[in-house]
Design a protein around this ligand. Structure first.
Ligand SMILES: O=c1ccn([C@@H]2O[C@H](COP(=O)(O)OP(=O)(O)O)[C@@H](O)[C@H]2O)c(=O)[nH]1
Ligand SMILES: O=C(O)c1ccc(O[C@@H]2O[C@H](CO)[C@@H](O)[C@H](O)[C@H]2O)cc1
Length: 495
């Protein structure tokens, strides 16, 4: 029974240290951009990384997200960090209308309805309070797909709005065509239909995002995306966390409909060989850094890294299949098993009894890893992943081949990209795959006849990613032109 949504009084946002320099140093108003993000780690981090790119062009950045994100971030911040700013990016928090101990994951629809009802009111109040004096010029509000209503708040305040599309451009194209009814998609009477969209690889039902499946149990997300994709005119820019080389044909297919400007890959700069001090992302769980020392003891490219991100909790049967496959391969593994936030009696997210004892000399299990450091470690040979987009981009920037094991939302489509477009991995077949199927994929990537080809493709994508975000690269150029356009007030634009 879903707990009654408690309306939390209009929030008391975390006051930032007063900005002592409210001007740009030349007497003019300071240029600001406000980032608005959904509370998940996989949403906040790409926003923070975009903010860092904009800040490097001289713009002051603040991130506004919900109070549950603040609580999760504070859990992992060290004592001396305060949660009022991250890597020079100010933080503001607003209530989603629910108490902090409410189980949002178990009541997704109610959570998203409450966020959509109370978020706009509380965000608007934040803007009134925080950007009222003339020394700050709010150039733009950047929002992400799960909080599209920020565009209405931006319009209320007369501020241009950008959508930061934090999944592949392929999802953007599929959702746009689906919700605007431009193409035929599978229905309950026609589940076998093949979907052929311009610029995209042919897809079948298993390749579609779960929010548009005819059997989709998710009420709020499809409605949220339907409203978003039928009202993209609210956004002055659509920015994609991708890059030309990765999805060129797909991006081109949207140029005559609603163009998307690639500015990625937005990953921690240390993954791109830059100074780790520039990383500026947030971890909502404490990393177990002992896995780096463990990796140091392993043979190069020998380790299977397994992680399903911050949201997914695997059913007990799937945990068992992965555990059995890893044992059978006898290969070293590093497996992230994040304890469920709200444990359930069916054993979801739990390891089989005696697995840890049986494999104590073979592998290591941690509750949360420093993932970008793991992926860039020379001992890692492949990544068995749920295909979350941030994890996928991080693997691309590390040149690591993938074993795709998608679970929901965009992940099945990301798996399609990995296998048929990027060609840097293989996909585990079936919703409840056997240990034999998991083991087959592990062996195929580690030393099968295609292992060399997959690794070469992965390394090629890494080079292309580095080029895109490097100075003068395609994504770097798009950030530069975005900043120039932001600086020109609408009334000065030549219509
Ligand atoms: O043990 C872990 C597992 C994941 N991550 C990070 O959590 C994010 C997960 O985002 P993704 O889009 O892959 O999946 P989601 O968690 O949103 O489903 C990525 O940046 C990972 O680097 C991490 O730091 N440690
Ligand atoms: O809390 C939720 O209901 C939630 C959190 C995060 C979700 O999306 C994840 O974000 C990534 C970037 O969009 C995506 O690539 C990943 O597959 C998702 O798990 C969805 C729901």
């Amino acid at each position: 029974m879903a707990e009654e949504a408690k309306v939390v009084a209009a929030d008391e946002e975390k006051k930032l240290p007063a900005s002592t320099v409210a001007e740009d140093g030349h007497g003019g108003p300071e240029n600001h951009v406000l980032l608005v993000s959904f509370s998940a780690q996989g949403h906040i981090n790409p926003m923070l990384l975009l903010g860092k790119r904009l800040a490097s062009k001289g713009i002051r950045i603040t991130l506004a997200t919900t109070e549950i994100a603040c609580q999760r971030m504070l859990k992992s911040l060290s004592n001396e960090e305060s949660g009022e700013s991250i890597a020079g990016i100010g933080l503001l928090f607003f209530s989603d209308g629910l108490s902090l101990d409410y189980d949002r994951k178990a009541n997704l629809d109610l959570f998203m309805e409450s966020l959509g009802k109370y978020g706009p009111i509380n965000l608007s109040n934040l803007i009134k309070d925080h950007y009222r004096d003339d020394s700050k010029r709010l150039l733009c509000i950047v929002t992400n797909p799960f909080v599209p209503w920020a565009a209405d708040v931006a319009a209320e305040h007369g501020i241009p709005c950008a959508l930061h599309w934090i999944q592949p451009c392929m999802l953007y194209a599929v959702y746009y065509r689906f919700f605007n009814k431009l193409n035929e998609f599978p229905t309950l009477d026609d589940l076998e239909r093949i979907i052929d969209l311009p610029g995209l690889p042919s897809m079948s039902l298993k390749d579609l995002p779960t929010f548009i499946l005819p059997t989709s149990p998710f009420g709020t997300f499809p409605k949220l995306f339907s409203d978003l994709f039928q009202n993209l005119q609210k956004f002055k820019w659509v920015l994609g966390n991708s890059f030309d080389h990765l999805e060129k044909d797909i991006m081109d297919s949207m140029n005559d409909l609603c163009p998307i400007k690639p500015i990625g890959p937005l990953v921690p700069p240390s993954l791109l060989g830059q100074d780790k001090e520039l990383d500026g992302t947030v971890d909502m769980w404490k990393s177990d850094d002992s896995c780096i020392e463990w990796l140091d003891q392993q043979i190069p490219t020998s380790v299977i890294y397994v992680s399903f991100g911050s949201i997914v909790t695997l059913p007990a049967a799937q945990m068992g299949a992965i555990a059995h496959a890893l044992t059978e391969t006898k290969r070293p593994f590093l497996w992230v098993v994040k304890p469920p936030e709200f444990p359930t009696p069916d054993g979801a997210g739990q390891l089989p009894t005696s697995f840890l004892e049986e494999t104590k000399d073979q592998g290591k299990v941690v509750a949360w890893s420093p993932q970008t450091r793991v992926l860039s470690h020379p001992s890692v040979g492949c990544f068995l992943t749920h295909c979350g987009w941030n994890s996928t981009l991080e693997a691309i920037c590390s040149g690591i081949p993938l074993i795709a094991y998608p679970q929901w939302t965009d992940q099945p489509t990301n798996a399609k990209l990995i296998v048929d477009v990027f060609k840097n991995g293989v996909r585990i077949n079936g919703k409840d795959p056997t240990a034999e199927e998991v083991k087959r994929c592990i062996e195929e990537v580690m030393e099968g006849p295609r292992a060399e080809e997959l690794r070469k493709n992965a390394e090629g994508l890494k080079r292309a990613a580095l080029e895109a975000v490097g100075e003068g690269g395609s994504s770097d150029g798009n950030i530069e032109s975005l900043v120039k356009e932001m600086m020109v007030p609408d009334h000065e634009l030549v219509k």
